[in-house]
Ligand binder design. Structure first.
Ligand code: PLP
Length: 404
């Protein structure tokens, strides 16, 4: 029997136990507010893990989706379609890219990027030039190739044998990167800000060194901007804040504003190796996804929206610093734009989940980034009043945890 309003207990009955969702079930959203089955209201600073770039049910995105829904849902890549072509044009106009490949998620965009890197080197040199160098603590998705390139052991445990030819180096360590890269390297893969790995921004000199090493060894520099992309950093892409341009960039999460889509952006030089038949996706470039993403890009790329991200960053940071001055729970407050991390001080290490749970009870949704870091990735257009109210709720939650 199916329930009209199934509760959390149903999850344990019928869902694979790989997630552990909280007990409340949101049923409706508007802007940066959500309501659960009981009608309780929440302020959303989780943003669907850096996905809902324009909040929930942004009227222009709803309209773009409805308009496309009345026209055409799906074709496959036997045919091309107008929303996909327009979106690819926009991405090329707004970034370094000459070419775009569409996928449905961040992991798939990365899978395409890693395969492209292998193929590019195979074309030019041969199979011996296949090594991918990536950073410890990095996250690139959950397919077997992407967990293997990712720098977190726990995600490959029990799933080996994993794809080989991957070297992990400590993040932000230039000497280690120099030592790892050789003529056999086909790509260096980096997040400009490690998201899942604790909201850790790259050092300027580190990304510059990665660029130089790729040029010296004819390897591709791949930036995974699945989490940092589409305005979240305060620029359209985080690489623009550094002025270090990759050969390949992956984008997903915020790109669809909540509708599933991923994309790999590449230079002509890199893209040329993926000739007909080398890679593909049934849904990649789906008209519904591309229509919504096109509207997301139109809105987010406006200078006023990007400037708003930087202003909100400062507001959020000021609040976090004030909370810390009164309660002393954070060792570091960091991040770019509206991807913010607050690392807990020694006394509270390992307890990030407790703060997240207490915040939810105070009506505020935030995230963890590992056991020691609170993460916030709200809508890029969250009203300032919602930031203020959410920070009052967070402060009550902090007080609850430390007085418990
Ligand atoms: C979320 C994320 C991914 C994976 O994206 P999915 O859409 O979950 O496959 C890859 N890279 C980074 C940096 C991410 O934050």
């Amino acid at each position: 029997m199916t329930d009209l309003h199934p509760n959390r207990a149903v999850f344990d009955q019928v869902m694979v136990p790989n997630y552990s969702p909280v007990s409340v079930i949101p049923v409706r959203g508007e802007g940066s507010r959500l309501w659960d089955q009981e009608g309780r209201e929440y302020i959303d600073l989780a943003g669907g893990i850096a996905v809902n770039a324009l909040g929930h049910c942004h009227p222009e995105l709803v309209q773009a989706l409805k308009d496309q829904a009345d026209k055409l849902w799906h074709l496959s890549n036997v045919y091309t379609n107008e929303p996909a072509l327009s979106l690819a044009q926009k991405l090329c106009e707004l970034t370094f890219a000459d070419k775009v490949f569409f996928a449905n998620s961040g992991a798939e965009a990365n899978e395409a990027a890693f395969k492209l890197a292998r193929r590019y080197a195979w074309n030019k040199v041969g199979e011996e030039k296949h090594e991918i160098v990536s950073a410890r603590g990095s996250f690139h998705g959950r397919t077997l190739f992407t967990v293997s390139v990712g720098g977190q052991e726990k995600y490959t445990e029990g799933f080996r044998p994993a794809p080989g030819g991957i070297t992990h180096v400590p993040y932000n360590d230039i000497a280690a990167l120099e030592a790892a890269v050789s003529a056999k390297t086909c790509a260096i893969v980096l997040e400009p800000v490690q998201g899942e790995g604790g909201v850790r921004p790259a050092d300027q000199a580190y990304l510059e060194a990665a660029r130089r090493l790729c040029d010296e060894h004819d390897a591709l520099l791949v930036f995974d901007e699945v989490q940092t992309g589409v305005g979240r950093s305060g620029q359209l892409y985080s690489y623009m804040t550094y002025g270090v341009t990759p050969d390949v960039l992956t984008t997903a999460k915020s790109l669809g504003g909540g509708f599933p889509i991923g994309a790999m952006l590449a230079t002509d030089k890199a893209a040329a190796c993926l000739v007909v038949g080398t890679h593909g996706s049934t849904y990649g470039g789906n008209p519904l996804a591309c229509a919504v993403a096109g509207k997301v890009l139109d809105i987010v790329s406006q200078p006023s929206v990007l400037a708003g991200v930087t202003a909100r960053h400062q507001r959020l940071k000021n609040h976090l610093q004030e909370i810390n001055s009164r309660h002393g729970v954070f060792a570091d407050i960091r991040g770019q734009g509206l991807l913010m991390g607050a690392e807990l001080s020694d006394a509270w290490k390992g307890k990030a989940k407790d703060f997240v749970n207490a915040a939810l009870e105070e009506g505020v949704m935030i995230l963890v980034a590992g056991p020691d870091v609170l993460r916030m990735a709200p809508s890029l257009v969250i009203p300032e009043a919602d930031i203020d109210a959410a920070m009052q709720g967070l402060e009550r939650a902090v007080a609850r945890v430390i007085n418990a």
